[in-house]
Design a protein around this ligand. Structure first.
Ligand code: IDP
Ligand code: MG
Length: 140
């Protein structure tokens, strides 16, 4: 099967605790390869645009405040069945429900400050990659 791509964010709770390397190591050990990466401070506009699908949810405003509260690391990950592979190693949204061996079980602080984002479909992966990266920034 051919390699596919997904989009990942190491969230502010993880960068604050200096876990960029630890999280990336778990992604790599899960069979994903970082083919693009940059550390940025998201603007409010970027956070609201990125999470537009959640804009009617009660947690939307707090989520955008959290995502702009510190640096994040946005990454493109490549691997076999990358979207599913990443979702599996991330673990459940709520860390109380995350399986052993997942990033959120190991590191998430709460359902909001849950250390990582990962695309939920190939279609959204493409949209999310295009939101943060130019084609020439991705080197596979
Ligand atoms: P996902 O990140 O596992 O795909 P989504 O449902 O897409 O989960 O939610 C996006 C993000 O919004 C979550 O990762 C988390 O940071 C935040 N979030 C989701 N549900 C809640 C909630 O019930 N309370 C607070 N924040 C939430
Ligand atoms: Mg999601």
């Amino acid at each position: 099967m051919a390699a596919t791509r997904t989009f990942s964010i190491i969230k502010p709770d993880a960068t604050r605790r200096n876990l960029t390397g630890a999280v990336t190591k778990m992604l790599e050990e899960a069979g994903l390869r970082v083919v693009a990466s940059k550390r940025i401070r998201m603007s409010r506009d970027q956070a609201e645009g990125f999470y537009a699908v959640h804009k009617e949810r009660p947690f939307f405003n707090d989520l955008c405040t959290f995502m702009t509260s510190g640096p994040v690391v946005v990454q493109v990950l490549e691997g076999e069945d990358a979207v599913t592979r990443n979702r599996t190693v991330m673990g459940a949204t709520n860390p109380a429900q995350a399986d052993e061996g997942t990033i959120r079980k190991a590191y998430a602080e709460s359902i909001e400050a849950n250390s990582v984002h990962g695309s939920d479909s190939d279609e959204n992966a493409k949209i999310e990659i295009d939101f943060f990266f130019k084609p020439e920034e991705i080197v596979g």
